[in-house]
Structure formats: structure tokens, C-alpha cells
Ligand binder design. Sequence first.
Ligand code: PMV
Length: 343
Amino acid sequence: MGNWPTIPFPLPPTMRHMKTTARAGSNIAFIKYWGNLIDDIRVPRNNSVAMTLSHCHTVSTVGLDAGLQSDEVFQGEGMMGDEERRRASQHLENIRRAAGRNEYARIATKSSFPAGCGIASSASAFAAITAAACKAYGLETDSTEMSKLARLGSASASRSCFGGFVELLAGRSHEDTYSVQVAPERHWPELRDVIAVVSRERKSVSSSVGHVMAKTSPLYEARISSLPPEISRVKAAILDKDLTALGEILEREALCLHAIAMTSRPPILYWVQETIAILHAVRSWREEGVHAYFTIDAGPNVHIITTSDCVRPVLSRLDALGVSDTIVDEPGGGPVFLDEHLF
Ligand code: PMV
């Protein structure tokens, strides 16, 4: 499985078989997952807390075909990179094993946003693939079981198996590491994630590599031990809909993650000049009464967490900074099945 064909959608009629399609939202972590206890099955060292997004999503179609000699992974617009495509096939194998099935499948995914640049594309991709593949292989799963399986593809995908505000509980094995909903999307519908897209380029160091390297940072253990009270505070801030309390923690947390990345050996520097300019700007906007806070995943793009009434002032200020490529997102629901297929 090395060469991944790129073909136009829709696929020719001869390639159409029994198939299932699911859509799942990406998510933005307020408390980040960074580093694993068990790398190969993606059991994280720490719990993480995120908001599932509505507009940044991935659609995935999985079609079983007993005649295939291997999985075929097709590329849609905004599709994952090579590494993720290899991972998609590996992930199908996890689901086949759980379902006790052995037919290979065709799989296609299409995302509504740029991949691999800090907008958690693997979260929505692996959640959508998991939902579609479980159904295609006849594996009956509730959201909890699905969140365990999705985690094998990408741990952040585990959180996308639920809508709203979600915590990934880091256990010590596959069975006790899954996600739970903290609050549904309707709990805080006015919360917004304004994504300032300063680069659509794929990052040079993937999150998977970053997780492995995290342990080489002298700051890593300090972050892990400082997290439990931060996690309790973040969940309380979500339940109280307290943006000031949430914002203080999420800025601190994002800086902490990047401090670890920057002090890993070799160091990983995800930020570009515009990233830093936006961090300073968001702080100064608060002094002007714009209630907004930043967080950054593993990439240069900045997520500005705010409320619906501040979206306009945030967008106009970003524009004045020269950042006009933006995505405005909001709390979204869990995975859904669609009648329309990608092929
Ligand atoms: O699930 P992964 O391997 O793509 O890692 C996600 C890492 C961060 O986005 C930086 C943090 C997070 O919790 O989403």
C-alpha cells in the first residue's frame, strides 16, 4: 500500500458498492492532549477537554468490497496527507478486527477546512471514518465504544465522537480510555472559535511525532502534574459559561503546550511571525473591551475563543492586521450518518 491514487469524484459506477457515509466535526482543545502513556494505541498521558466544532468537519464514505486485495484510500478535496492516509487503512484494520470481519474497503474522506495545519483535521477525519466503518462492518457501538475505537486512529478524534463540550479520560489501557460529554452543544451556543488561518501549509512535524517527542522536554512532567486542577477549572468555567475563567486557562495551556514543543529535542517551532502578532493583538483587544482569548493547536494558526457578539470586532481587527483568511465556528453535534456518498 504505498501509492495512493487520486481520482475525481464521483467515482465511476463500477466502483459503487454497498457503502456508509458519516460526517463528524473537528474539535478545538481547551486543555490539550500532548504525549502518550502508550504510543501505539494512543493512550494519552493526560485528560483533555475540547469543544466539538460545527462547520469544520469531515465526511467519510466507507464501501466494503470482498473482491479487493487491500484497502483503497481515495483523496478528496482538503483530504489528509500521506501519513494520515496510511493511518486510515491501519484504522480500518482496527475496526475489522473489532467486528470480526475481513473484507477490505474503499474509503474516501473530504474535509471542509485545510488539513494538517493546526485545525485538528485528524480529529474529524478519524471520527467520521470510525462512524462510517463501524456501520459498514456491522459493528454495533455506542458513542463511548466509538470514542475508544476512534482514539486508535487519532486521540483527538475520540472527543469528536460526542457533540458539545467533551473530555477525553486518559486511563491506563484501551478499555478505560474514552471520551465523555461535559455539556451538549446547546449549553453554550453563543461561544465562537474564530480561526485566524495564517498558513494553509501542512506542518513539518506531525502531532503524532510531537506526542512521542514531548517526553524529551524538561517541562513535560511539570505540565502533566499541573493539569488536574486546570482541568477541573476548565470544566467549571464551561458549566458556568464563564469566558473570563475559561480564557485565562486556555491561553496559559496553549503557551504551555508550545513551551514543551519548543523545548523538545530536537525543538519543534510551530509558530510563524503572524502567530505571535495575533497573540499580542488579542491581549490588547481585551483592553479595548473585546472579550476574546487565544489558543493554538500544533500549527501556526490561532483559534480565538469569543462569543457571538464579539465576532465582528474580532474579524475587523484581524483584517486590519492583514489576516483575512478566517473561519468562524461554533459548538457542533456528534457524528451523523448521511444518505449522500462521496463515491
Ligand atoms: O490527535 P492528534 O494526534 O492529532 O493530536 C492532537 C494534538 C493537539 O491538537 C495539539 C491537541 C489536542 O488535544 O487536540
